[in-house]
Design a protein around this ligand. Structure first.
Ligand code: H2U
Ligand code: ZN
Length: 346
């Protein structure tokens, strides 16, 4: 009889409509690699050479204020710029290009160079969430911005350029590919059922109790049924809200609590500052209601077994579709078994 814990199978990603291959039998092969820990030297609370620390001069020549909480500025090397001449290319309908405009912002999460999200207080994390709300609203209100992508790249392995805790925003005229797929899927479900796809999915997950990592009154973190990355998670508000601006104060506090607890579990997994790319997906800001959208946050961490043994998206993944060995159920169990006291804070 088919057993998803043992037999190879395909799983459907409800949010993108794409499939992945799961090969649980491969996870049974013996592992004799090291469990090395590469804990970097303790960072100073203020680094005079860091371009994000308070009072320092950035690469573009601007000086940071002596900020005490969060600090947001226009990316000095933004990938998207507001002033691009309209137009594009169309050669025989085969070579197509469109001018694209937007803005890049950088958000310093804390004045402290030596902290990361799980080491910050719930109130300080709430401060980051408040900045996300403000930026989503201010950027989203602009007629030239139809989508606001808020994200964090953490760790050198993810291409993050600086350990100072920070995130980014790229906001632009068109809808990027990942939220575009999710928009299509969520809209189709909402049209058919009159309910949020992710609210229904969450109800199923809460009933099954196989992939839940943590819960609080307003949020649930789980390893999605269709997770691609070994310890990928999805952080969801229980209530169907299309975007972060709709959250109540209590929901924002609970968001901070869930973020702190989830990132603490991540750090405790291999007892290191756990690298990932994470970000919010929410309603496009093109003025349409997008009722089917359900705010959520993805965490995509690459590590598999230790600081150096990571998942690569190569070979079959590049040419076929994503594949994983350890099952999402196993990964969720592993994350559930970890403490919510940060290993560094004791
Ligand atoms: P990461 O999140 O990938 O580390 O990127 C940090 C961003 O900070 C990056 O997009 C910007 C870079 O362009 N930056 C500035 O805006 N000013 C600086 O002085 C250096 C880096
Ligand atoms: Zn710094």
């Amino acid at each position: 009889m088919f057993d998803p814990a043992q037999h190879s199978h395909r799983r459907l990603n409800l949010l993108t409509g794409e499939w992945l291959l799961v090969s649980p039998h491969r996870a049974l092969r013996p592992w004799q690699g090291q469990q090395e820990k590469t804990e970097p030297a303790q960072r100073p609370a203020h680094d005079p050479t860091c371009y994000l620390c308070p009072g320092n001069v950035r690469a573009g020549g601007q000086q940071n204020p002596d900020y005490a909480g969060t600090f947001v500025f226009d990316n000095d090397f933004a990938a998207l710029l507001p002033d691009v001449p309209a137009g594009g290319l169309n050669v025989d309908g085969l070579l197509r290009a469109e001018a694209e405009t937007g803005v890049g912002r950088v958000i310093c999460f804390s004045p402290r160079h030596d902290l990361t999200l799980p080491e910050m207080s719930p109130a300080a994390i709430r401060g980051v969430i408040d900045v996300w709300v403000d930026e989503y609203q201010a950027l989203g209100a602009r007629p030239d911005i139809n989508y606001v992508q808020i994200f964090e790249n953490k760790g050198a392995i993810m291409g993050c350029s600086n350990p100072h805790p920070h995130g980014q925003i790229w906001a632009q005229r068109s809808l990027p590919m990942e939220p575009a797929k999710e928009s299509t899927q969520q809209a189709a479900y909402f049209r058919e059922h009159g309910r949020s796809l992710l609210a229904d999915y969450l109800a199923t997950e809460l009933r099954e109790q196989q992939r839940i990592v943590l819960e609080n009154e307003h949020w649930v973190a789980l390893v999605p049924f269709w997770a691609v990355w070994p310890f990928e998670t999805l952080l969801l508000p229980r209530r169907h809200v299309t975007d972060i601006a709709q959250l109540t104060d209590a929901e924002k506090d609970a968001f901070a609590d869930a973020l702190r607890r989830l990132t603490t579990r991540y750090d405790n997994l291999f007892e290191l500052s756990f690298p990932y790319s994470a970000g919010l997906h929410q309603r496009p800001t093109d003025g349409q209601p997008h009722e089917g959208w359900h705010l959520h946050m993805h965490f995509y961490p690459p590590l598999l077994r230790s600081a150096t043994v990571r998942k690569f998206m190569v070979g079959y993944e590049m040419l076929g579709n994503p594949q994983r060995d350890i099952t999402p159920e196993w990964a969720a169990g592993r994350l559930r078994g970890l403490s919510e006291t940060h290993y560094k804070l004791g």
